[in-house]
Every structure is written in C-alpha cells, then in structure tokens.
Design a protein around this ligand. Structure first.
Ligand SMILES: C[S@@+](CC[C@H](N)C(=O)[O-])C[C@H]1O[C@@H](n2cnc3c(N)ncnc32)[C@H](O)[C@@H]1O
Length: 360
C-alpha cells in the first residue's frame, strides 16, 4: 500500500498550492511550537507532518488489531469511545480511522479529538467531512472536537470533557486513548511529565483496553528533546509503576526489552550505552521542498500499553529471553542495536522491539 489516502492528500496539496511562493513551508511545518501556528503554518504541517503521522498511526493500530486477543476484545463492542490528545490536523486520527475501517464493521466509533489550536482543529474537522462525503468510511464514525489547551493538572481538559463527552455522550471511561507527538511541544515540555500522562490514562482507560503514546525520536533531530524523549518516557514509566503499584493497571508492551530491563531494576542488566530507542517507519510522501513522491523514513518512539487481563496476557507472550529485539535502526553514525530481555542471555532470534504481533 503506497498512498494510504490519496483523496486526502489531493485536498492538502490544493491548500498547499495556495500558499505564497516564498513561504518557508519546510521550516514552519517542523517546529515544536504548533499551538501557536498560523493558518499558513497549519497547511505547511499538513504537508510535512500529516502523511507521516497518518502512516505511523495506521501501522501502530494494524499491529495491535491484528493481534487476535486485542481484536476479539474490540470486535465484541458495538460502540467504542476513543480519546486522542494534541491531534492538530489529525494525521494520527485519520490513521486510526483507516485502521478501524480495515478491521471492524458495523461499529459506532466516537473519537473525541482534543486540540488547543482552533484553526488546526477546524482543518481536521473539514478534512473529516470530505472523508465522510466521499464515502470513505463504512462504520458509524463520529469525530467530536474538544477545543482546549491541556495544562498540567488537566483541570480545563476535565471541564471540557465533562461538558462535551461525559454528559453529552454518556461516556464514563475510554476504550482507547492515544497521545501522539504533543508531549514534546513547547507548550508542555518540562511542565507536564510522562508520569502525569500515565496517571491520567490509568484513571480514565477501561480495563482490557489499549493506549498508545508516540513521539518523534530521531537521533539526528535538531531538537535535543527528540533524542531524549524515549528515556524520559521509559524512566517515568518505571517511577509510575513503583509509586502507583496499588492502583496501576497499565502494562507497557513496547518497546519490549527497554521496559523489561528498566523495570527489573538491576543496573547491570540494563541497556548499556543506550541513549534512546526508536523505530524507523516509512511513508510514501512528498514533502514541501520535494518534486515527487518517494518512500521516506522517520524515527519514532512508540509505547503500546494495555490494561487489565488483556495486558497481562499480551505481556506473557513477550517473555522469550532468547530474542534479540531491535531497539534502534541505522541512521547515519547511529548503529543498529539489539537487546535481549536479560543482558546476560544472548540472542538466537531477532525481532522488532516495537511490534507485538510478529511470529518468531
Ligand atoms: C506535532 S503536532 C502533532 C499532531 C498529531 N498528534 C500528529 O501526530 O500528527 C502537535 C499538536 O499538539 C497541539 N498541542 C500542543 N500543546 C498542546 C496543549 N497543551 N494542549 C492541546 N494541544 C496542544 C499543537 O497545537 C499541535 O497541533
């Protein structure tokens, strides 16, 4: 599958060609300050970011839903309530929708899409309308905008959710929560810890369900925070599990060995010399300064989490100590890296640390 959704891209390029010729789309579409984006910058992000996020989300959910234990749980539901944080123009949301369309039939799926930039949210809803008008969705999918700037403490978010989600749709907790590429934004970096995000997700996700956290994690990024994000997320997860063990229902499935070794707590067993772990994902795209489509890769950190018995069952499948999991791909001077769950055991098979649904 080369283009995931050519129709949407046509709309995006139509908008893009209306930008002034000298507009610096490459620069404006790649900042960490998207909450303040102008309408032009939102269009630049649609070219630079949207197709990547679309494919990354699609691949993440394809991996999850093709796992029979997960598919069975979700396929039994008539209605699903999903929550997405910091969605911008919705590349991640459309990837999720595309995956749901590939796996499920006859479902009512409510996606509550939280975004602090009103213009970006408007563009997402516009794209969704075109998507529906073109009969690209067969399930009964509702995209419900939640316009709010999320702040530490989540107070405003809760007020908005009470009004637009809990009361209006009778939702009590969510069937799926996703958080893609907003924890490294200027609005929140250094103010909201991953620890707080895990606590929130733990409180508001139903048992036997999924959450996904994904961040850009390129080892060659100009932004230092992209190189550090995976370690921040993993270290905080370990603190979270230790401090909140009584009420914690989250099980982290990926990146498999990194989480396992850190949770193990024995320093000698931890990944030595690891400064980050990331997965290379490819999308068939044309960025702002390019003339033609081509396969281009981006490095992301993907944490797949599950709750309840489902989480326990899935984690039990990920305990083969003889597997060397790939935790970093080759980018420039950065070597490929493989880790086993226990540093003392050497690998006799290889797998991807970010994919749970693979036959070994
Ligand atoms: C890099 S974009 C990612 C968009 C989308 N999640 C994706 O994967 O393509 C980050 C988005 O998060 C939004 N954002 C940043 N800080 C936010 C906050 N504190 N509350 C709500 N949205 C926020 C920005 O406005 C922007 O649209």
């Amino acid at each position: 599958m080369r283009h995931l959704n050519p129709t949407l891209y046509e709309v995006i390029y139509d908008w893009f060609h209306q930008l002034p010729m000298d507009y610096e789309a490459k620069k404006e579409g790649n900042t960490h300050n998207n909450l303040k984006n102008s309408q032009e910058a939102i269009i630049a992000c649609l070219v630079e970011q949207f197709p990547r996020s679309y494919r990354e989300a699609y691949e993440v959910y394809r991996d999850l839903f093709s796992q029979i234990d997960i598919f069975s749980v979700y396929d039994e539901l008539e209605e699903m309530n999903m929550l997405a944080f910091g969605t911008g123009s919705g590349g991640d949301v459309f990837g999720l929708i595309h995956a749901c369309e590939s796996f499920f039939r006859g479902k009512r799926i409510n996606i509550f899409t939280v975004e602090g930039n009103k213009d970006a949210l408007r563009s997402q809803i516009n794209l969704f309308r075109q998507h529906v008008q073109l009969n690209l969705v067969e399930n009964d999918i509702n995209l419900i905008p939640i316009p709010v700037v999320i702040e530490p403490g989540f107070v405003k978010l809760m007020t908005e959710l009470k009004k637009r989600c809990f009361k209006a749709y009778g939702v009590q907790k969510f069937d799926l929560i996703q958080s893609f590429k907003w924890m490294n934004e200027q609005s929140i970096r250094g103010r909201l810890r991953f620890y707080d995000l895990y606590t929130w997700i733990n409180d508001w996700l139903l048992p036997d369900r999924l959450a996904v956290i994904l961040e850009d994690a390129s080892p060659v990024s100009n932004h230092k925070c992209d190189q550090q994000v995976s370690m921040r997320a993993i270290n905080d997860f370990v603190f979270f599990c230790k401090h909140q063990w009584r009420k914690n229902q989250l099980v982290a499935l990926t990146p498999t060995p990194c989480i396992a070794r850190k949770l193990n707590g024995n320093k000698a067993m931890q990944c030595r010399g690891c400064s980050g772990c990331y997965d290379e994902m490819e999308a068939y795209i044309k960025l702002a300064d390019q003339k033609s489509y081509s396969w281009q890769s981006n490095c992301v950190f993907v944490m797949k989490l599950a709750t309840g018995e489902l989480g326990q069952r899935l984690a039990a499948n990920l305990q083969d100590e003889s597997v060397g999991y790939q935790t970093a791909t080759h980018i420039g001077e950065h070597p490929n890296r493989f880790c086993t769950l226990d540093a003392k055991v050497s690998a006799n098979q290889q797998a991807n640390a970010f994919i749970i649904n693979q036959r070994l």
